[in-house]
Structure formats: C-alpha cells, structure tokens
Design a protein around this ligand. Structure first.
Ligand code: TRP
Length: 76
C-alpha cells in the first residue's frame, strides 16, 4: 500500500473501549474489533481492507487532522 506512513492512534480513556474496523468496498461491514483498557493505545492504518474505524467508549483519537475525543458510553 502506498500510504504506509499514515497512522492514527487511539488511546483509551476508560476500560472497555472498542476499536472497530470497517471494510472497504461496496458493503461496509465490521471486520475487526479490538478492546482496549484504560491507558492502552492502538496505532492503526487505513488499508485496502479498512476504510473506516469506529470507536466506542471514551478515547483520544489522534489523526493528521488533529485530536478528537470520543465520549464515554451513556449507561442506561
Ligand atoms: N487486517 C486489517 C487490515 O489490514 C487490520 C486493520 C488495519 C485494522 N487497520 C485497522 C483493524 C483498523 C481495525 C481497525 O485492514
């Protein structure tokens, strides 16, 4: 892949954050789910298999466009 240098980092700010990879192509489906506990970091790339990443739970997400914070799960 041509974009090997482009990483995103996801740092969990609570236990049980889910990082979900979604497929590239005509259908967009979950293909991978990674659970991070507080303080754990995942460094990931967009690849020919992965077009989008969904983060569930409270995390700091750093991309080339800046940092965004996802919120904690709303417990009902
Ligand atoms: N096998 C997947 C791929 O090469 C692994 C992967 C890459 C991934 N980026 C991801 C999984 C982001 C979850 C989130 O596409």
């Amino acid at each position: 892949m041509s974009d090997q240098g482009n990483f995103i980092t996801i740092k969990a700010l609570e236990d049980g954050v889910n990082v979900i990879g979604l497929t590239r192509g005509t259908d967009t489906k979950f293909h991978h789910s990674e659970k991070l506990d507080k303080g754990e970091v995942m460094i990931a790339q967009f690849t020919e298999h992965t077009s989008a990443v969904k983060v569930r739970g409270k995390a700091s997400i750093l991309t080339a466009h800046g940092e965004v914070l996802s919120d904690e799960k709303i417990k009902k």
